[in-house]
Design a protein around this ligand. Sequence first.
Ligand code: ACO
Length: 418
Amino acid sequence: MSHSNKKATLTTHYDDMESTVDLPVLFPTLGRPVVDVRSLTKQTGLFTYDPGFTATASCESKITFIDGNKGQLLYRGYPIEQLAEKSNFLDVAYLLLFGELPNDEERVSYRNEMADYTLMHTGTKRLFEGFHYDAHPMAMTAGLVGALAAYYPDALDIKNAQERYKTALRLVAKMPVIAAMAYKHSIGEPFVYPNMHLGYTENLLNMMFSRPRQEYDIDPLAAKVLDVLFILHADHEQNASTSTVRLAGSTGTNPFAAIASGVASLWGPAHGGANEAVLKMLDEIGDVSNVNKFIAKAKDKNDAFRLMGFGHRVYRNFDPRATLIRKLCHQVLDKYGNDPRLELAIKLEEIALKDDYFVERKLYPNVDFYSGIIYSALNIPVNMWSSKATLYGPPTKRFIIKTVEHNAEGFCAGNRYR
Ligand code: ACO
């Protein structure tokens, strides 16, 4: 953000008092000029009120830029579409951390370093044992991430760049391991260790779905689609969980504690639950012939029903992630068999986008509109991607698991509810 001599003059009338103040105007690299209101209270006695950060930047950041009117999302200047098509999650994580994509040499050394951090301290297995089998994965994740500070106290100083780097790598490396452990714990299967020969998302699939004495093929499309979904969710400016991490971090707490608070924030249904609401809505609609009826309900101000997965506080044209996810959804369902909910979703989108109500209010599908259908097709249990759900969805065996009739050891024999 560059400083300038420019000022914004603001006149306030309050309690028969009039004040005129000159507030500094700052210029970001991209986007609108910003009025620095920090001296407002001192000069006028007034505070500002903006609970949703609608007009407020809480910090200066060079990481992500969003232009909601243009439907533009940039990570470090790169359009999200380009990264989704040409890059991969680990390179994007590097980009977000360092400001530029890695060259070949940097990529090798960063990945080697990260591989070292992938394994979990064996003591963390005992933490999982303390959770009941039906504990929500976000409860386990928030607990485990916070607990990492106790296992890895060697790099907790957020003022030290080397330590910050180490902890950032640890977190990126261990998140899929924690997620897979939470899943395996809930279904009573043994934990699967990370395999250093597999890529990031391949490893996640392998840790979640491979089982003892059973052949498991990682589907390259499933791995690719998950990788793109991770890219699309890697950062989104001042969203609720990032803002939570920043607020906790501003106290000087350790990074694991700050990230655990971010996980807790993501757990809220307003943040991580809309994709499940979309699936529920599509199930409720049930058939293409009912779409018009539900569109009318969404427009009726006396009806609380809203089109789930439609509308966004920031994107007022289209959400570029939704366009990419719709494409992925087609690829996934072309391969694994159709899900009638996709046809319904397409019809709903088609009708809504021609309807004056949605057009005038600039309501378009958001990132959550198609993603639930994909996670469902990939056999990822609903409460691992939606904070609303409390129970794991029923297992399907579409492609993840090669069927096994029974297991000689007598444990986990094809039943995930054990
Ligand atoms: N269906 C029907 N009408 C809608 C919808 C919708 N999904 N979204 C907004 N509207 C209407 C509002 O009723 C309002 O109408 P009015 O001007 O006649 O009063 C107008 O559009 C503007 O709506 P706001 O509520 O002001 O929109 P806002 O930007 O505050 O809300 C929000 C955005 C919360 C995302 C909203 O669009 C919504 O509830 N969408 C459905 C839930 C959803 O998909 N959430 C996930 C968002 S993405 C994410 O969090 C990762």
